[in-house]
Design a protein around this ligand. Structure first.
Ligand SMILES: *Cc1c(COP(=O)(O)O)cnc(C)c1O
Length: 479
């Protein structure tokens, strides 16, 4: 980002970031009387002017080899149009790991010290230190959680063993008789866990089209405990208006907690807590780690009440991220901005290439290309208003399952793999792979095309990626 954006602001305006909330020996009681309705509406302390959104135009496919500078792609708004968290711009905050009294390091190590220990000795039989048992707290984890809380604009954050364990912890806020409202085009694992919740406990789960506020409202009531959102959705990149749904929930289900799965965007591109959500979570396995070398989940909350409830469940169930994985995740997060910038830029170029393919008579080659950076993508204005970029996942159809299969198998650089967020580019057919667990009739009902190809774009030279795709499309007879 350029140097003419707002000046750094003082540390004292940051929300307080406590260390551990529990030790194994103390803090065993969760306050059953916590009233979520008492949570004040979140107000981000600061404003920032920043945008790194990529606008795709057909010219983007022409000319250069992809080695364009960030500033050519980004538009920097100087006047505070976007809400801000923290003191510096997000790319700076990713690498700036601050020391905190909860993590005493007399040697001031540049890399977070790794405490591979299950237990911590007490100074006497009666005096307890800050840490006693790593399920309850570990300094390496505390350092990571403080860093992630800052990036997410969260009051507190929790590093957990996977994205699914993050959702598991969150769903434990729901009690018998209460209800969950969730999208109908959600991550397959989320669907599976919510179905388990609905069949194993007295909890009702409503699925609806969260891209339309009007289809969410009828499901909201005083019984609603969680409203679970994902935007953009995967693999069709549908956009959910987070501010509008938060407003509807506050009005129709005042005791409900708005939860956003922000895995597709990462905190670098979208910070739902700044848009009014109560809880945000990420699969840390994806962009936060960036290298597909660990599993992790991250939860960020906007209030102390929610922090205490989540901390209780994490300590009670023992799903916190082990120290070594905390160390790895911290290392990954430091390069989040530079990876995301590059991946997003590459994705924008590839989307423009695919969308611009024409036959000799000038008609479109590909029936559809789904990418929020493309002009005309449904919900693009909403996406642009709530995020700072289109991300690095896109999908397209070829019109034929057979041809799509050939394209997927015909690329040389793109690995055929589920998941996304890695520095390597990946290609998949969701209906055969990540979404195969959803029955065919449900896939059809959700208009998930069987010939859909998903690309998760990495940091390679974009010209190589485009040539690789072009070769595979040609070999498959698509072009
Ligand atoms: C991968 C993913 C998850 C689950 O995370 P794991 O780390 O695999 O448990 C949840 N939501 C989304 C959107 C994901 O992509």
């Amino acid at each position: 980002m350029t140097s003419d954006a707002p000046a750094p602001v003082g540390l004292e305006t940051r929300p307080s970031l406590p260390g551990t909330l529990f030790t194994e020996q103390a803090g065993g009681e969760v306050n059953a009387g916590l009233d979520l309705r008492a949570v004040p509406s979140y107000k981000s302390p600061l404003k920032i002017g920043r945008s790194n959104s990529v606008s795709v135009s057909s010219e983007a496919t022409e000319g250069d080899s992809g080695a364009r500078s960030d500033s050519e792609e980004g538009t920097v708004e100087g006047g505070g149009a976007m809400e801000k968290r923290g003191r510096f711009r997000p790319a700076t905050e990713c690498v700036l790991v601050e020391s905190h009294p909860s993590v005493h390091d007399p040697y001031r190590a540049s890399s977070t010290p790794l405490y591979i220990t299950a237990t911590f000795k007490q100074s006497s039989a009666t005096e307890m230190g800050e840490y006693d048992y790593s399920r309850s707290g570990n300094p390496t984890r505390t350092q990571l959680e403080l860093h992630l809380a800052k990036l997410m604009s969260a009051h507190r954050s929790f590093a957990l063993s996977s994205g699914m364990s993050a959702l598991d912890v969150i769903t434990r806020l729901v009690r018998a008789g209460e209800e969950v409202v969730a999208g109908d085009d959600i991550y397959g694992g989320t669907q599976r866990l919510l179905t388990f919740l609905a069949t194993h406990s007295a909890v009702t789960v409503h699925h609806c089209d969260t891209t339309k506020v009007s289809s969410v409202i009828p499901h909201l009531s005083p019984r609603t405990r969680l409203v679970l959102l994902e935007t953009p959705t995967n693999p069709l990149l549908k956009i959910v208006d987070l501010r509008a749904i938060v407003a509807a929930v506050r009005q129709h289900a005042p005791s409900a907690v708005v939860v956003v799965d922000n895995t597709m965007m990462s905190p670098y591109l979208q910070r739902p807590l700044e848009l009014g959500a109560d809880i945000v979570y990420h699969s840390g396995t994806k962009y936060l780690s960036g290298h597909h070398d660990l599993m992790a989940g991250v939860v960020g909350v906007r209030s102390e009440d929610l922090a205490r409830q989540i901390a209780f469940v994490v300590n009670a169930t023992g799903c916190a991220l082990p120290p070594f994985d905390c160390f790895l995740l911290m290392r990954g997060v430091k390069t989040l901005a530079v990876r995301m910038d590059r991946q997003q830029r590459n994705a924008g170029r590839i989307a423009a290439f695919l969308d611009g393919l024409r036959t000799a008579d000038g008609s479109r080659v590909l029936p559809s290309v789904f990418y929020p950076g493309l002009p005309g993508h449904p919900g693009k204005e909403v996406h642009d208003a709530q995020s700072e970029g289109a991300g690095a996942v896109l999908s397209f159809t070829t019109g034929s399952v057979e041809k799509s299969t050939k394209v997927v198998e015909g690329t040389r650089i793109f690995g055929i793999s589920v998941s996304f967020g890695c520095v390597n580019s990946l290609i998949s057919m969701p209906c055969h792979m990540s979404h195969a667990s959803i029955p065919a009739h449900l896939r059809a009902a959700r208009a998930l095309p069987e010939d859909l190809i998903r690309l998760c774009v990495g940091i390679e030279d974009v010209q190589d990626l485009i040539e690789d795709l072009e070769g595979a499309l040609r070999a498959a007879g698509v072009i």
